[in-house]
Every structure is written in structure tokens, then in C-alpha cells.
Design a protein around this ligand. Structure first.
Ligand SMILES: [Zn+2]
Ligand SMILES: [Zn+2]
Length: 177
């Protein structure tokens, strides 16, 4: 979704306040592609401050499917975005430099604001460092790949309960008799 900023950037610098649809279907970044399960409309306000500086305020709620770090099960993860960006626009309206941060404002091209790109940036900033389907997720067996939340497997487990080895010894002795 693109928003025309020319009314904000030219006299008399009309402020903009709009609800626009978020058209993001997948969230695609260097480290993977994640389906967007649901998204609300984006509330965007843009105000002219002074000297070609504008302030963008945006809020949006979306849910993205991210695999669990341990078992790889899909975990619907909610992002509650609410952000403010201060951006400096050159006279030509072509080059934009963000005053507070050094990251490129890839979401503005000329007088056009690309809402989806802006949202993508914010999702990336808010990306969780750890995703777990539940706090006590057992993960997957690193031998056979069995999801240990759904069942057990027969792989040799080196961390066996010591009480179990006693029982095994009893069986061994029984066989030898
Ligand atoms: Zn898990
Ligand atoms: Zn296994």
C-alpha cells in the first residue's frame, strides 16, 4: 500500500491521518520466509515538523507464523506495532535521510510512502530472539527427528534415569541365570 506524501511536503503542509490496509502476505527476510496469518489495517499519521522534516506515526497489529526454536512447530506470533519515525526529506523529494537512526529509509521513494516496507522494518526490529511453542517444549530427538511433544522414540538416550539402569541390570542378571 502506497501513500502520497505530496500534500504533507508542500505548502500548507496538510497533516495526514489514514487507515490503510496492510497488504503483506508473507514476511520475507534474509533468514527466512514466514506467512502472515492475520493483519489489521495500519493507522498512519504523517506530520510536517519543519525544514523538510516529517514525523510518521504508525500502529498495526499482525500475526506471523514462526517455527518453534526447539521442535519447529508453527507458532502464531503477534506483533503489536506502534512506532514513530522522524525523516528528513531533501528538496528534490528524492533522497531521504532519517535523522534519528542510521538505517536507510527504504520505505520512502520520492513523495511516496510504502506502508508495507515500513511495517516490514518494524517487524524486523521487534523480531523475538526466542520462539517457543511452550515454555516446556521438549524439542525433537536429534537422532530420529521425532517431535518429543507428540510421543517418545526408541533412540538410545545417554541421559537415562540412573534408576532405570538398575532395572536393566536386574534383567541382565535374570537372563544369565
Ligand atoms: Zn516447540
Ligand atoms: Zn529418536
Amino acid at each position: 500500500m502506497l501513500i502520497d506524501l505530496s500534500n504533507v511536503l508542500s505548502e500548507p503542509h496538510k497533516s495526514l491521518d489514514e487507515m490503510v490496509p496492510c497488504t503483506l502476505e508473507v514476511f520475507k527476510v534474509k533468514f527466512g520466509t514466514y506467512p502472515v496469518l492475520s493483519k489489521d489495517d495500519v493507522h498512519i499519521t504523517v506530520e510536517y515538523i519543519k525544514d523538510r522534516q516529517i514525523e510518521i506515526h504508525g500502529s498495526c497489529k499482525l500475526t506471523i507464523e514462526i517455527p518453534c526454536d526447539r521442535c519447529l512447530d508453527a507458532v502464531p506470533t503477534e506483533f503489536n506495532l506502534d512506532f514513530i519515525k522522524k525523516v528528513m526529506v531533501s528538496d528534490s523529494g528524492e533522497e531521504m535521510v532519517e535523522s534519528d537512526e542510521l538505517d536507510e529509509s527504504n520505505y520512502i521513494d520520492g513523495y511516496t510512502l510504502d506502508v508495507d516496507k515500513l511495517i516490514c522494518n518494524e517487524v524486523l526490529i521487534g523480531w523475538p530472539t526466542k520462539i517457543l511453542c511452550s515454555e516446556d517444549c521438549k524439542g525433537i530427538c536429534n537422532v530420529c527427528g521425532q517431535n518429543l511433544n507428540q510421543g517418545t522414540c526408541n533412540c538410545e538416550d545417554t541421559s537415562l534415569d540412573p534408576r532405570m539402569s538398575v532395572i536393566r541390570d536386574v534383567f541382565k542378571n535374570f537372563k544369565e541365570v
